[in-house]
Write a new protein. Sequence first.
Length: 382
Amino acid sequence: MRKSLSRRDWFKSTLALTAGVTLTSALTEHLMAAPMSEAERAYFDFGISATQKVRLNSNENPYGPSEKAKKAVIESLSRGNRYAFNELEELKKMIAGKEGVDASFVLIGAGSGELLVQTGIAYGLEGGRVLSAYPTFPLLMNYAQEMKATWDKVDLTEKLEHNYEALASAIKSDTRLVFSCNPNNPTGTVVSDAIVRGFCQEASKKTLVYADEAYLEFLELGQQESMVSLVQNNPNVVVSKTFSKIYGLAGLRIGYLVGHPDTLKKIAQYGDTISPSQTAIAAAKASLGDEDFMKLTREKNSIARKVLTDYLDQKKIFYGKSMTNVVLFPAPKDGKKILSQLDERGFLIRIWDYQGKEWCRVSIGTLDEMKNFVKAFDEAIA
Ligand SMILES: Cc1ncc(COP(=O)(O)O)c(C=O)c1O
């Protein structure tokens, strides 16, 4: 019997045909949110029964969706037989209003991941180079690489922050795109608005700047400086945001890109015209700009994060100064052993490889989860 095509196989073969490029089996891994470390490869068969575990491995929001979003999702179910053409347009207008741009400057996707993939394909197909700090969220660059581009990586500073000066110097004549992630994943670190803005303005004279702001709303209200204000008169800056993080809608899959209509057109040609579902759109409409819920997430997250950073301070383990729901620190012992010992105790985290070392990436859960986690972690590294 003919083995049915998986979505990944379909994706590979379709792209291979249309793009005329060789796609390696590594693409499967690229569909994940982050690169797999050697420790993870060795430890996990990726079909792990993650459901029973405390998931400190995906930077999710343990408090979402908000009650308003849940109610809206339930109400939207009766429209589940209809394509969400009108609802999508309504959401687009709401987002445009919030961001201070015309609706033609907004592209909505099934998660910002979908938009990162589309951008990676659109620019990667041109060949040349894509540039980013490393480690960062690699999805766009992975796809660009799978097309025809080379990925240039610039190390973080010693404080695990983006090194924008080094990034600016690394732009070459054939750099098609620079990916800037502020706050960054996997570190949660933030670089000041003035530096990022200056970088975006200068770099965009030479290449497209993709500013990923998935975690921006974890910063206090006065500090959430978005690069969206650059987009109006500059087709070489795009900014992506997501409902997955501060709004807690990761499983519903919805995010958006703000950019010049011509730039969005180039990116949108590699996606469906209507990918988010009625339920996702309804949840997003109910969540957008919900300051009460965002404040609740921010406050609970920073209290729970302190449990982890206090523990790391006490153990004298260095970490990046995270302002979000994720912390990165050097693994105090073999990554594979940490993963297995934590798994036995009911916790999932990620191990990243960087500069020949292993690093623990721990997402912030609830206060109780973090209190239990530090105990389990302490046993695991004993
Ligand atoms: C920096 C960054 N950007 C984008 C995403 C993609 O999120 P989503 O596709 O859920 O919007 C993530 C997910 O972890 C992320 O960390």
